[in-house]
Ligand binder design. Sequence first.
Ligand code: AKB
Length: 333
Amino acid sequence: NINKNPQGDFWGFSKDLSMEKILVIGAAGQLGSELTRALADQFGGDQVIATDLRDSAKSEFDYCRFEVLDVLNKEGVRDLIKEEKITQIYHLAAVLSATGEKNPLFAWHLNMDSLLYVLELAKDLKLDKLYWPSSIAVFGPNTPKVNTPQFCVKEPNTVYGISKQAGERWCEYYFEKHGVDVRSLRYPGLIGYKSLPGGGTTDYAVDIYHRAIADEKFNCFLREDSYLPMMYMPDAIKATLDLMNAPRESVKIRSSYNLAGMSFSPKEIFESIKNHLPDFQIEYNPDFRQAIADSWPDSIDDSRAQEDWGWKPDFNLNAMTEDILKNLPRYFP
Ligand code: AKB
């Protein structure tokens, strides 16, 4: 239960949940579309406002209000927060790793400036809480690859990773200097069947299920032995809500928490699908994304998340494969 702490007791909320008003920025993305639904389930649809750049995303949000919003329009964001008496923001809009390399200056502009705007607004307008996702992309080639610790060398070499690393420093800064209650997770590659990712290096692990269901051969842009940390979307949603529902004093890391679900290679995910669909085929044609994957960890040590707010994932690779193959055809017939 999302409102229970690791001991099974209800969290003591400092104020009535019915007073919270949640703004989700980038709500139509891969994470946003599932997280917004979970927030509406927790708080009620009338307490959640989903926003995105694309007007066409409106039809996805029949359970809460939707507004077109460009996070780089600081005045527009400020007005919406004030008019709607927003108390919490989930700022999810970002350019991911592979797309970021195609237009590095724009990726920096969007990822950094938007975070700084939102941190400033959270400070000035005294918001209750702010959520901002970081990523395993903060790590780089000189980081220990196996069971990567929470605190270690980070020399990211993608613009996305550099922006996430700098963003983590800014989050901690605003918490220390201004008391902004900002919380963050370093997500591994996120895999879900309800929504599509866009522009990431870990996206192959979503696409592979679509090709398998369509009875097509899968062309993999990573080598067969390229291990990466990954997480099934229900675990990512659970982790996010657990972190956001934890009492302020339990959240001891204000840069971003390491978070682990599972680790696998393209060969291993292929084999887990093949157990269900024996005719499925794959070929490997690594492209520029291989170098990005090579610079990231194989697996993550998330003991601080376990200790501080009781994190524990539910899904391993085979449980995820079973669940996706059962459910994906309903979402993408
Ligand atoms: C990406 O591949 O860029 C993202 C990430 C790991 O943050 N999925």
